[in-house]
Design a binder for this molecule. Sequence first.
Ligand SMILES: Nc1ncnc2c1ncn2[C@@H]1O[C@H](COP(=O)(O)OP(=O)(O)OP(=O)(O)O)[C@@H](O)[C@H]1O
Ligand SMILES: [Mg+2]
Length: 229
Amino acid sequence: MQFELINVDKIYQASEENKIFGAKNINLKISEGDFMALVGPSGSGKTTILNLIAGLILPSQGSLKHGGSDITSFSLEERTKHRLDYMGFIFQDYQLLPILTAFENIEFPLQLKGFTKKEIDERVHWALKQVGLENMGHRFPKQLSGGQQQRVSIARAIAGRPQLILADEPTANLDSKTAQEIIELFKKLNQEFKLTFIFSTHDQRLIDQVKTVMYVKDGQISETRTHHA
Ligand SMILES: Nc1ncnc2c1ncn2[C@@H]1O[C@H](COP(=O)(O)OP(=O)(O)OP(=O)(O)O)[C@@H](O)[C@H]1O
Ligand SMILES: [Mg+2]
């Protein structure tokens, strides 16, 4: 199933007369197995576009679709459920809960999704294995390096086998070598399991590895380039 933004504008109303176009006439289609990045300067609209795809914010104009469903017609509760069912999220600052172990952080969204205890155990072990942290499930975030914390957040994002993983500047806080390892991990997950990724990034190493680059400028996608590997 495709995720689609069609002629989408997002206007932030800073005050009565001060309107900011966070996104302008965005047309974007994400298909299964895609590996794509939104690239552009600070304030250009990358996070706004990711939040629109996720249904975290609604378009001021235009439509937001997933398969046959029109997400803009969903209630807040339906959008939350839809996000939990179909998407995984990765952030620059990992966003792990400090009072939970790595295992429990990964388990948490699966509990919300209503999987059985056995399914949850299997999925968490599978996800920890994929990110190379089989033996670290008992550790708390503060007992892990930044790269390891990002691996836990990747495990959390993939454990439910979502249709789409949204990653907002996932390598921005990592040193060069660790960033490279994390990029290799994304590539492996995309190739081995056909997991679909959309990134926002400034990281040239990541830009070099994605199949599709969308350049964002002043809220608009100014250019799209596709590599044929
Ligand atoms: N909640 C908001 N209210 C008002 N304006 C906003 C809001 N969120 C974002 N903006 C504005 O919308 C524009 C796009 O912001 P956005 O966060 O999408 O940029 P970005 O490309 O992700 O930047 P960065 O690389 O710094 O993360 C900016 O001008 C920003 O100030
Ligand atoms: Mg941003």
